[in-house]
Write a protein that binds this ligand. Structure first.
Ligand code: ADE
Ligand code: ZN
Length: 347
């Protein structure tokens, strides 16, 4: 037993910083910092619509998901070569290691690159080499989740999955991202069935801007194992009860939700309600270069803004990050042991 009541709130920032954790919702293209965007643009001769790093950063003032996606896809246009994808992911892993991330499942959007003429093998080779280097340089266990862009057709998603098959061994799963409204999960029923037959894990963004019905169809039609975001589930008490009973993980991204106006402020975020309902919620950074912070920034800002969250919730969130991951049972057990030690030492 860990005596959570013995851990004062004042100890939480240091504890959150030093505890081991998994990151399950990070779009690697969303970790491209403006400085790296400009460096790659110069190296690759790509023209940008912004004069300077400062001007680009100043444009990060979003009104909704689409207003962000427009800038995010423009930022990704500087990625052309295997070394660019490797450099982007290594910059993320260095930040993640500083945050004591020991396991990371990275989303990537191949269609953003293949539609510009970059071969999918170039994308996956650079990211997969970075995942191998993450283990040797930082001790991070990293894997890749190929995401389909939901504003494009299912035929395009199917073609993307088939094109990725020579690199199947580098993929742990598939996901679904981009513009949610008007693009329900059921649009991608066939490609998720195909991915399932290939033995890939399945996740999907749902209930970020879209209604609870999208969370239900992600579960029932796509048969996903985790819901990315999912915060709008609270609009359906029956759905909340189901998510709790089935222990469906939600990969929640608090700073993202505020930047994209899903919640007005962090103080109004529903993370405490999700945890109180017994949901397997986790905290993640989504697109850290665009939303003002990496994983520890998300954790610390969220705990600071929400006094209902204490040491027990901190432990639960970090434990959930391992439980919800696609790591082996042995790896999960070892990380939870380490987490227990860190919390016991603080109590
Ligand atoms: N792609 C990158 N970030 C995303 C988000 N928060 N929602 C949907 N698609 C995304
Ligand atoms: Zn996301």
């Amino acid at each position: 037993m860990i005596d959570f009541d013995a851990i004062p709130r004042s100890a939480l920032p240091a504890l959150l910083r030093s505890a081991p954790k998994a990151e399950l919702h990070i779009h690697i293209e969303g970790s491209l910092e403006p400085e790296l965007i400009f460096a790659l643009a110069q190296r690759n001769g790509v023209a940008l619509a912004y004069e300077s790093v400062e001007a680009l950063r100043a444009a990060y003032d979003f009104s909704d998901l689409q207003s962000f996606l427009d800038i995010y896809y423009a930022g990704a246009s500087v990625l052309l070569h295997e070394a660019d994808f490797h450099a982007m992911a290594m910059a993320y892993f260095a930040r993640a290691a500083a945050d004591k991330v020991v396991h990371a499942e990275l989303f990537f959007d191949p269609q953003t690159h293949t539609d510009r003429g970059v071969p999918i093998g170039v994308v996956i080779a650079g990211l997969a080499r970075a995942c191998a280097d993450a283990r040797s340089q930082f001790g991070i266990a990293a894997s890749l989740i190929l995401c389909f862009l939901r504003h494009l057709s299912e035929a395009a998603a199917l073609a993307t999955l088939e094109a990725a098959l020579p690199w199947r061994q580098h993929l742990v799963g598939v996901g679904l991202d981009s513009s949610e409204r008007g693009h329900p999960p059921e649009k991608f029923a066939q490609v998720f069935a195909r991915a399932r037959a290939l033995g890939l894990h399945l996740v999907a963004h749902a209930g970020e801007e879209g209604p609870p019905a999208y969370i239900e169809s992600a579960l029932d039609v796509l048969r996903v194992e985790r819901i990315d975001h999912g915060v709008r589930c609270v609009e359906s008490p029956a759905l909340v009860a189901r998510l709790a009973a089935e222990r469906v993980p939600l990969t929640v991204c608090p700073l993202s939700n505020v930047k994209l106006c899903v919640f007005k402020t962090l103080a109004e975020h529903n993370l405490p309600a999700l945890l109180a309902a017994g949901l397997c919620a986790t905290v993640n950074s989504d697109d850290p270069a665009y939303f003002g912070g990496y994983l520890n920034d998300n954790l610390i800002a969220t705990f600071e803004a929400l006094p209902q969250l204490g040491a027990a919730e901190a432990y639960t969130l970090l434990r959930n990050s391992f439980e919800a991951s696609f790591a082996t049972p042995q790896a999960k057990a070892a990380w939870v042991d380490r987490l227990d030690q860190v919390f016991r030492a603080a109590a």
